[in-house]
Design a protein around this ligand. Sequence first.
Ligand SMILES: [Zn+2]
Ligand SMILES: [Zn+2]
Length: 599
Amino acid sequence: MRYTEKNPPFRMSQFSLFYAGQPHPTKYDCMKNEVIASHFEMLADLLEIQGANPFRIRAYRNGARTISSTSESLDDMVSSEKDLTELTGIGKDLARQIHEIVTTGKHVALEALRKEIPGGVLDMLRIQGVGPKKVSVFFNELGLRSLADLKAACEAGQLAKLKGFGRKTEESILQNIDLAAKQSERVSIAEARAAAEAIVDDLKQQAEVEQVSVAGSCRRRRETCGDLDILATCSDPGPPMDRLAAHPLVETVLQRGDTKQRVRLKTGIELDLRVVPEASFGAALLYFTGSKEHNIVVRQRAKDLNLKVNEYGVFRGEEQIAGRTEEDVYAAVGLPWIPPELREHRREFEWADAGTLPKLVTVVDIQGDLHMHTTASDGAATIEEMALAAKARGLKYIAITDHSKRVSMANGLDAERLRQHWKDIQNVRARMSGIDILCGIECDILEDATMDLADDVLAEADWVIAVLHYGLKQPGKQIMKRLMAAVKNPHVDIIGHCTGRMIGRREGADVNFTDLLKAAADNSVMMEINAHPSRLDLDDIHAAAAKDQGIPIVISTDSHSVNGFEVLEYGVDQARRAGLTSEDVANTKSLKEFRELLK
Ligand SMILES: [Zn+2]
Ligand SMILES: [Zn+2]
């Protein structure tokens, strides 16, 4: 897979999850190849920052690429004693390291390097347009060790004095560094969930532990999380705390009290484990899940009923009348249980009072995936491999949507190659059963508001995704001219990753959603929720606004390899946060019903 700016690696590397090699299967087993790949990506970044031998660096990068595009789980390969060196680009040394990660959860080479390079240096990689080569210069030649150091150096004009750097680099860094700093204390929901759920699953193995749950913003499925909260009930808080302290994801115990332990994970984020009495578990779960704004309303409702709600329970005077489960607590204040994704004090209370809380869409509702790439542009797998992988996941239909020619970095297709590609897709479709394949295209909306492919070409497609990839910083007026032109194009079916944002790395384009969504509704154009955890574009607010306009939403993985389908759940989380039901999500429908929605 070629990683480009619009197709960034699933870079868990900067937070490196060391949960590989858990002794029991976790939900994230399927992500392991990506996790192992991220270890090697991070190793390569660190080596490049150190100025190591380019061949060594390339070996790790090639290895990472192979691993993330290998459909067979490395975990399975190791346990069935298959020869890892048969994979392209995996030599003896990498094979040994993979074995180590899978069997011990440790990665000695990476851990050693991390000790040599300060975490603040790695944070610099979060700045848009800054890669390991530049960071190497900042660290080795200027001795900069943190984002704050780098900012000061830019402001003092120190970078411009270096060979190969200019005023422009400084300006661009200054423009993006605050965003990087803001995000450096947060991790994506993908990383947060992976870590929190691995730890929850591990605590469940402890015999004394009765109930255990993730709480906090991770349970509400926010796009990013600052720290993690886990609640448990247990007759004796000692054993779960000991178990957490010994978990391979945990770097150090920061604080330990009678019922609460705070640890720092190797990813840098902190996690609180609270052991609560069984009679308070529901009340505590509600309290620590938040949001604050949601809880304020719950407490006010209790007050109105002469009750008191806190993290220990619901009380009438001194008497506890509820608290064991969340359902109890909500019921005591006259509310139905509210899904955590909706607890932001937006419309959940209005819905609850009216008895119209939406039945939120789930991953199993999804029947089709309508955005993915193949080797024809920048994907790692063939049409057939993608179709087989989709079928294996239970999908009934897919659309192959490679890039159009403007994205030359990703080997985008011109009319001639695209028509040939569609023929190839039809051939695969003809010989496959159990899955249908649409001939699609991810067509760029060019900077001048024309489409990258002519209308007669787009007219032949089953499915046209129109997207902004370039010129995202244009003034809002021009951005809107482009999006409006796309929406009004009779062949465009959907706007993909609408703002083009990269969470924590790049702000999105200046989109006027009021105008855009109205035009989309008027022209029967759908809107995508791109499920990649660094995009999640539309966000929850705009997805809800699209629903209000009656616009069908499509949740798409934008897969670039057979493992890309894994991210679907993050897109579904985002849709749930927007209050969407399966009715609102077009790719929960059968292909026949879906086609009826097309213009
Ligand atoms: Zn794209
Ligand atoms: Zn794409």
